[in-house]
Design a protein around this ligand. Sequence first.
Ligand SMILES: Cc1cc2nc3c(=O)[nH]c(=O)nc-3n(C[C@H](O)[C@H](O)[C@H](O)COP(=O)(O)OP(=O)(O)OC[C@H]3O[C@@H](n4cnc5c(N)ncnc54)[C@H](O)[C@@H]3O)c2cc1C
Length: 445
Amino acid sequence: MTSRANQPRAHAIVMGASLGGLMTARALSHHFQKVTLIERDVVNRQPESRQGQPQTRHLHGLLPGGFRIMMDYFPDLRQALADAGANVCDFANTMTWFTHGGYRKSFDMNLPAVTMSRPLLEHLIRERVLALPNVQLIDNCSVQRLDTDADRQRVTGLTVLHKTSRQLDSLTADLVIDATGRGSRSPQWLGELGYDAPPVSEVKVKVGYTTRIYERDPNDRLTNHWILCTPAAPSERRFGGLFPVEGNRWVVTVGGWHGDSAPVDEPGFLEFARSLPATDIYDIISRSEPLSDPIPYRFPSSLRRHYERLNRFPLGYLVLGDAISSFNPTYGQGMTSATMQAAALDRLLADNPSDEKLAKTFFQRAAKVVDIPWQLTVGEDFRYPETEGPKPAAVDFLNKYVSRVQRATLRDEVVCAAFLRVMSLLKPPTSLFHPRILWRVMTAA
Ligand SMILES: Cc1cc2nc3c(=O)[nH]c(=O)nc-3n(C[C@H](O)[C@H](O)[C@H](O)COP(=O)(O)OP(=O)(O)OC[C@H]3O[C@@H](n4cnc5c(N)ncnc54)[C@H](O)[C@@H]3O)c2cc1C
């Protein structure tokens, strides 16, 4: 066994400098003398969406579960967000959420939350990560393949292509982490090295997003409110979200499940917003100035790669974030899941695991993180008969109970708070079966 206890960890490489990669670099900075982020895109030191992360142009909610961990890692983040014009608020107090025929109770949960554009959040985190003395970023540089020792037992580094000079380069590291997102090539790279690819679970949902930015009137009654309209499935399949973000703007996304997407032309986009079960979003955007054209995004399926089920895996290599699991984005869980995985890795490395144990233990812990958002999203998605894929056991029964919970959240603050804590990934779904909650749900009028 290779014990790490007395060996300094010299160098870690993280592939992908999006949110998952950045949070991982932050976590690794405690445990390695040097951490290098490799990013295929050019990364400018300003808030902007890059080619390799087209989803960042769309509505991104940060759940309190993820925000809390980020604030632990970056104690000034909350203030920096507020200074940049983001909407720092209490999670439930500024909520206008229509679902199941009514509005969720709005009340003070004493749970810090923020709405901002995704590029702003990433920029502020990136600036803080790159300010760490032992973290560097090599951008405009694409990973081509994994390098290994002669018997392919250990990943020893990467071959990368510097895109401007077209030069190939070899980088060595004690640990390499793949945070390249859903399009991760780890399954192929592992196959080329003689390892099995991970088994995959795929749940087809055909979700369509259409997003547009609008000017926000700071004097509007709802200017600090985040507004959601989510469907009572399966009879409804359309959703909408409108979040206040920096620069006195609203980010507005409307869309639907199983091909029911909003058009990108102005009248079609407006009409789609008007067709939602509540007209709050339509009412605001129909009187607001658009600042962009509507842009589409198609999300075919939730995808989970079960690295935890592999028996053989090279030493010195891990996979994290969307590269492990990308969820139906309407539940807003991806950034929080990636952040929780990075924090789990931080805790694991603090225990000095042997190299032989690192991957197995990390993938088991990452799977525990992923299990909950996967269960929540996939469970909801199976309310639609068109949803295809491996259906978890007892999901129909659980969905019946969750429908009652959803209806109870419209009237009961205690149930609403319990539900929001689960959706925020702060509490497990089992907490909704606590006798105190169960009783309130079952007796709700
Ligand atoms: C439409 C949509 C809406 C979403 N909304 C939310 C939301 O509201 N809330 C939420 O929490 N999450 C949301 N998500 C999910 C969220 O965007 C991701 O979970 C989050 O970005 C973390 O992903 P990641 O860093 O693992 O991967 P990604 O964000 O996909 O980043 C991968 C990075 O790797 C780089 N890369 C790829 N290949 C290479 C290579 N060969 N060499 C070097 N670099 C490479 C890419 O350029 C990119 O920068 C949404 C996703 C979608 C699709």
